[in-house]
Design a protein around this ligand. Structure first.
Ligand code: CA
Ligand code: CA
Length: 147
């Protein structure tokens, strides 16, 4: 685990975050993941989010309803990338409120709280479009991905 991440997210906070994803996915068939890296390099955060979405095989869920929260820690950038199934169904402003809440927390220095709030809101919001079914499968790991 890289120091630059651990300075923002303790082991306990990371576990709480994984638990929040597990809880959120009890409300929806959507699959939520978080990827942290140091910097976007020469690319935009959106570009990196898209890259990791593919690399983590997130386009392969049955309903194409994966959501990736991408964060470049050093650059303080957040981007969100969601699967085609979601983009077809939700209104254009779907993510704005979620992003606003996260950024408000980040600005207070509440990193893990911001992420947890984003995950919780996403689970709730996606549940309206993609309710969880009884035979739900955890299609994508809930562990935090780092690169
Ligand atoms: Ca699932
Ligand atoms: Ca999952």
């Amino acid at each position: 685990m890289s120091d630059y991440i651990r300075s923002l997210l303790s082991e306990e906070q990371e576990q709480n975050l994984v638990d929040a994803i597990t809880q959120a996915e009890l409300q929806t068939s959507g699959e939520i993941r978080i990827h942290l890296e140091k910097s976007t390099g020469k690319y935009s955060a959106e570009n990196r989010a898209k890259h990791w979405f593919g690399k983590l095989q997130m386009h392969k869920t049955a309903e194409k309803n994966g959501v990736l929260f991408y964060l470049a820690i050093q650059d303080r950038r957040l981007a969100l990338w969601s699967g085609e199934g979601i983009n077809e169904k939700v209104p254009d402003n779907f993510w704005q409120e979620i992003i606003d809440v996260m950024i408000a927390e980040f600005k207070e220095g509440h990193f893990s709280e911001g992420l947890i709030a984003g995950v919780e809101k996403t689970g709730k919001a996606l549940g309206e479009f993609f309710p969880r079914k009884n035979d739900d499968v955890d299609e994508l790991s809930n562990e935090i991905s780092k690169g």
